[in-house]
Design a protein. Sequence first.
Length: 168
Amino acid sequence: MSQSLELPSVLSERIKRIRNALNLSQAAFARRLGVNRAHVSRIESGKSAPSEQLLRLITHEYNISWPWLTKGKGHMELNFDEFQAHQQELKLASLRECLDVFYYINNFLLGKLVRNLDVYSLESPTTLPPSIIGRLKAIKEHLPLDKIHPLIDRVLANSAESESAGSE
């Protein structure tokens, strides 16, 4: 996803221009971005290059166009349509991240749980201790993953309808 960015000095000039247009001190600008004032000073003076993550944060926090910030193309501020598209992109990125984490953690943990339960049931067909039984019952009761299936089906159906409507 990394895109080629302009020279740090050009980026630093644009970042300073954003800050000045907003009439913010370096400290106020930095505070909203979660960095310290000295870091902003180093970036604006060209002594330090901003990370892509910081650039994305600037575009999000201050409603700045990514193409303008990184390439000097278009207008500095997003127009309403660009802003809405940007907000949608952020929501989708957050959803994608949550799904990835959920999928990988649950695949790992559920796989490990299934293997351990399977090994235990084959090697030790005796009664499980109450602490293990309690945990298994709690998992079954409080993590009803089957409840998410209708929601996933609805989202997938809506997506399929959107795709077919768009192709007509």
